[in-house]
Write a protein that binds this ligand. Structure first.
Ligand SMILES: [Ca+2]
Length: 179
């Protein structure tokens, strides 16, 4: 499987060059803390429409689905994922983000989280296309803008970002809207 570096882009096409219309991006992480759980939440922002799909409003963006909310990061494989359907999404930039739930009052940050990794799949065939490991130390940050999926008209281009930020979902959304 292809391993992407920060900033690297990939056109999501089949070997014959045709576009893959259904894409899944899964996120896995290990929690390093002893004691209280760290609840990471995957969410998706569509920059152009300023819509945000998150655990409390999973269907906010047409063509974007979210998995069930994993509260602890326990379990094998992807802990949370999103699926995008290029026949239903609009052109523009979809940002895949992750945030620590209630980080401020729980006094948690990404220094408690290890081995954050995004995997991109062809959702039609359930085959993994590429992965992106976020290797930097997360320090006191509470969120990551993991990647951008650009809908270029019926197909997607993936860009690995891995930008750490401090803020809750609303604050992350404001940062993305300003990009
Ligand atoms: Ca969660």
């Amino acid at each position: 499987m292809l391993s992407l570096e920060k900033g690297q882009s990939l056109s999501l096409t089949k070997p014959d060059g045709s576009s893959i219309q259904k894409i899944r991006v899964g996120l896995s992480w290990d929690v390093a803390s002893i004691g209280s759980n760290v609840d990471l939440d995957l969410f998706v922002i569509h920059k152009e429409s300023k819509k945000v799909a998150f655990f409390n409003d999973k269907t906010a963006i047409s063509g974007v689905k979210l998995s069930d909310d994993n509260l602890t990061g326990e379990g094998e494989g992807d802990d949370e994922f999103t699926e995008l359907d290029a026949t239903k999404t609009d052109n523009g930039d979809y940002y895949i983000c992750v945030n620590i739930y209630d980080a401020k009052s729980r006094k948690q940050s990404f220094n408690l989280v290890n081995n954050a990794k995004a995997t991109i799949y062809n959702s039609e065939t359930n085959s993994a296309l590429a992965s992106y490991s976020i290797t930097e130390d997360g320090g006191q940050n509470t969120g990551i803008i993991v990647a951008k999926l650009k809908d270029v008209g019926g197909s997607y281009e993936f860009t690995a970002l891995g930008d750490y930020i401090v803020g809750d979902i609303n604050e992350v959304a404001q940062i993305v809207f300003g990009k």
